[in-house]
Design a binder for this molecule. Structure first.
Ligand code: FES
Length: 273
């Protein structure tokens, strides 16, 4: 194999002919990531382009929130400034959560390994002959992550508002038994939305950029006790950032699927009170 200046064949790297000396099933994690991410991308793409069955009052799918396009009645709590938009309303806002996740430090590690095999795992040589890290286009654009974080906070606030609205009465078409016209509604959908928004906040607040925003660029923590306190909280959450990334990915899809099944009349909401 010819040596290059960079990558695993560079002259400064150890001369090992085997691709890896690891004996364990190192391929299991990138393979799992590949399968689960691919499944999520296919599901999310289909749902985002469908443009229907995203609202079963009082539940709004997180893929379509805030619903700013020509949305069904009751789904737009922030108006419809993009009512002229000819495609699915999800496509107006998905760039923000999508951009946030695509540029996330954890997801970058995961999909660089699973999709680019760069490298597929620790101690396993990548198939590429050269390596430029994230110093060139297009990967240098990953640096916009910190700006997506601000958008993600706004999205988190909107989804939290959706959870509050999910306690509104549910009409008969989606409910088991008679629908409600007044009072507080609590159904399985409400519970799923609460769990989802909790995972979304854990994921958003455990972000590496969040950690830097609250505690970075300080010379002396002793002079910034509030920021130090916040930084210690975020740092604690940050150790499980990968876990929150997975949990929130699943919870978003599950909430959307549940609302889809309600909206299409396939199931009815399980009502607790
Ligand atoms: Fe993962 Fe910021 S590092 S969301």
């Amino acid at each position: 194999m010819a040596s290059t200046d960079q990558g695993v064949t560079s002259p400064t790297r150890a001369r090992i002919t085997e691709r890896t000396l690891r004996q364990d099933r190192w391929w299991l994690q990138p393979l799992t990531t590949f399968v689960v991410f691919s499944a999520f991308v296919v599901y999310a793409t289909v749902r985002a382009f469908m443009g229907r069955d995203y609202y079963a009052s009082p539940y709004l799918s997180p893929f379509y929130s805030p619903c700013l396009g020509d949305c069904v009645e009751g789904a737009s709590d922030f108006g419809q400034p993009f009512a002229w938009w000819p495609l699915s309303a999800a496509l107006i806002i998905l760039i923000f959560p999508l951009g946030f996740r695509m540029t996330c430090y954890y997801y970058r590690k995961a999909y660089y390994r699973a999709f680019w095999l760069s490298p597929p795992a620790c101690g396993v040589a990548e198939p590429h002959q050269s390596y430029s890290g994230e110093s060139k286009l297009p990967l240098v654009l990953q640096n916009v992550h910190r700006y997506f974080w601000y958008a993600a906070v706004l999205v988190g606030l909107v989804l939290t508002f959706d959870v509050v609205l999910a306690f509104r009465p549910m009409p008969a078409e989606y409910a088991v038994g008679d629908g409600e016209t007044s009072g507080i509604h609590m159904g399985l959908g409400t519970l799923l939305m609460i769990l989802n928004v909790a995972f979304i906040w854990l994921y958003t607040l455990s972000c590496h950029s969040c950690r830097h925003i609250v505690g970075g660029r300080l010379r002396h923590f002793s002079q910034h006790p509030v920021r130090y306190r916040l930084w210690t909280w975020v740092s604690r959450l940050n150790t499980s950032h990968g876990k929150w990334a997975w949990y929130s990915l699943f919870s978003v899809a599950i909430v959307d699927l549940y609302i889809f099944l309600l909206a299409t009349g396939t199931i009815q909401d399980v009502r607790f009170f």
